[in-house]
Structure formats: structure tokens, C-alpha cells
Design a protein around this ligand. Structure first.
Ligand SMILES: C[S@@+](CC[C@H](N)C(=O)[O-])C[C@H]1O[C@@H](n2cnc3c(N)ncnc32)[C@H](O)[C@@H]1O
Length: 273
């Protein structure tokens, strides 16, 4: 199984995994990874860190300090300086930077046919609310957060968000970034009884994930999609209306607080046969 690092070149990823560059390219394609967006995200992350300690920097000074192209820095200035959520021309790109992939409502419907939750639910990475809307329509009360103001949510970085434990069950499709394990661990410790996460099936693999997440906190159930589901980049369901545009296979991972044992494996027979 390939352990892909978005911060490394294709050649380095290939070498580290002991596979060909072609195998890495196929992996990138299969998992819908956008290397250009990843690179921009890294540039912005780097610039934001330097800007934080030098808030008087002009774009030119920041470019000099970070050795990035001044034009790119000017283009993404609003985002680097933290003015996210404004009506800036960067808005569409910001969504990409934050790994915004919206889940088709039918996927949350599938979950709610087979699982029930506490009345109060937290959607910590709610995006445009495609999951939260369905959960609410089923009679639950949903608390919506996202790092970007998408008009339907409270704005917070989940890594630093402070909430009392035991208030909510949690249902989400989290951002697949470097913090994903921490995000999932935080959800498990915060939840009232249950966490449901939509994750690519290959998430089950990797030594790090096994040791830090699956071994100490085994999911109680895993519902594997028999077929592909629709996940729309930037919430653009017009462009991504076919399940075939998403090449990864997904599953619902269900954690019950305190569960120790082997996960039960179930299938969701979705209609895209
Ligand atoms: C994969 S999308 C899922 C959106 C929504 N859950 C859905 O399924 O339609 C992940 C969302 O997490 C948000 N996000 C990324 N990093 C975050 C963070 N540290 N704290 C809160 N939200 C974050 C992104 O803005 C994006 O909307």
C-alpha cells in the first residue's frame, strides 16, 4: 500500500515507497489528488507562518523572506493575511486550499438508514452543509463549524476549537490533510456516544494510522460502499455529478465510545452499479 506524502515530489514518493513513479501517478489519479492545489496550499501555509510573526510585512517583503514568487503572494494576499470569508476574488480557491470536497446528500441518507445518533450532532467540517442539511431533515439538531465561512456555519479551526465533551455525536467527512488523525482522535474524545466519519477505504491501511488510531480506538462498524459515491470538489455537483468522477472507494467508519473489539464489516449497496 502506498503511503503518499503531498509535500514530496513524485520521484521522492516513489523512492520512499519502493515503487515506480508511474505507480505514484496512478495513485494520485485514483485518489483524486490535485498536486497543484497541494503545492499552493503549502505555499500559503508557509507564508502565513512567516506573516504571523511579521504582520507589518508588505507582499514584496514577504516574498523576499519566503523566497516565493511575489506575484503569487500578491494574488493570495487575502488568504495569507487571514482575511478569509470575505467576498474576495480568492474565495473559490480558498475552498480548494481547505480540502473542500462536498458529500452528495444520498450518502448521508444511506448512513441515517442504518445508524441512529444522539439528538444533538456536531458537524465540525460542514463545508456548504450538504451533510448537515440531511441530518437536520431527519430531526436532529446540528451544530455546524468550518474553518471557512460558507454562510451556514460558525467559523473555527477544529484543531483549536474548545467544546465540552459529551454534548454531541459527530457526523462528518473530514479534510484529508496532515491533521486528520488528530481530528478523528479529538472527535472520539469529544463525542457523547458515537462518531461517524466518511473516509476512503484505504484509510484503514498504514502503520501510523493503525498504531495511533485503529489499534487503541477500533471502529465498531465499517460500512463499505459497494460502488463509487459522488463527492464534489468545491461543492460543484454540476461538474461532479457522476459517481465515476470519484475514483476512491469510501466507507462509513462508526466509532462507539469505549468500544474495544473487532469492527463489524457491512456493505452499503448503493445504486451506481
Ligand atoms: C472534505 S470537506 C467536507 C465538507 C462536508 N463535511 C461535506 O461532506 O459535504 C472538509 C471541510 O473541512 C473544512 N476544514 C478544513 N480544515 C479545517 C479545520 N482545521 N477546521 C475546521 N474545518 C476545516 C474545509 O473548509 C471543508 O469545508
Amino acid at each position: 500500500m502506498i503511503d503518499y506524502n503531498p509535500k514530496q515530489s513524485i520521484a521522492r514518493n516513489a523512492k520512499r515507497n519502493g515503487v515506480t513513479e508511474d505507480a505514484i501517478r496512478k495513485y494520485i489519479h485514483r485518489n483524486g489528488i490535485d498536486r497543484q492545489a497541494d503545492r499552493l496550499a503549502q505555499l500559503v501555509e508557509h507564508c502565513r507562518a512567516i506573516y504571523k510573526s511579521n504582520p507589518d510585512f508588505t507582499p514584496t517583503q514577504l516574498a523576499k523572506a519566503t523566497k516565493h514568487d511575489p506575484k503569487t503572494i500578491k494574488k493570495h494576499w487575502d488568504y495569507i493575511t487571514g482575511k478569509i470569508g470575505t467576498e474576495s476574488s480568492q474565495k473559490i480557491q480558498l475552498r480548494e486550499y481547505n480540502n473542500y470536497y462536498a458529500t452528495h446528500p444520498s450518502v448521508t441518507e444511506d448512513l441515517l438508514k442504518v445508524e441512529t445518533f444522539s439528538h444533538d450532532v456536531l458537524e465540525p467540517f460542514c463545508g456548504g452543509g450538504f451533510m448537515a442539511d440531511v441530518i437536520e431533515a431527519h430531526g436532529y439538531q446540528v451544530e455546524r463549524y468550518d474553518i471557512v465561512d460558507r454562510g451556514n456555519n460558525k467559523v473555527a479551526d477544529f484543531s483549536t476549537l474548545e467544546l465540552p465533551a459529551g454534548l454531541y455525536d459527530i457526523i462528518t467527512n473530514p479534510p484529508y490533510d496532515d491533521h486528520i488523525i488528530d481530528h478523528i482522535l479529538k472527535c472520539i474524545s469529544l463525542c457523547n456516544k458515537k462518531v461517524a466519519m466518511l473516509l476512503p477505504l484505504h484509510y484503514l491501511t498504514s502503520r501510523e494510522r493503525y498504531n495511533t488510531l485503529f489499534k487503541p480506538y477500533p471502529p465498531q462498524k465499517i460500512y463499505i460502499y459497494q460502488n463509487r459515491i459522488i463527492i464534489a470538489r468545491n461543492g460543484d455537483f454540476e461538474t461532479y455529478k457522476d459517481a465515476g468522477t470519484n475514483l476512491a472507494i469510501y466507507a462509513w467508519f462508526i466509532w462507539e465510545k469505549g468500544y474495544q473489539g473487532d469492527p463489524q464489516l457491512k456493505w452499503i449497496l448503493n445504486e451506481n452499479n
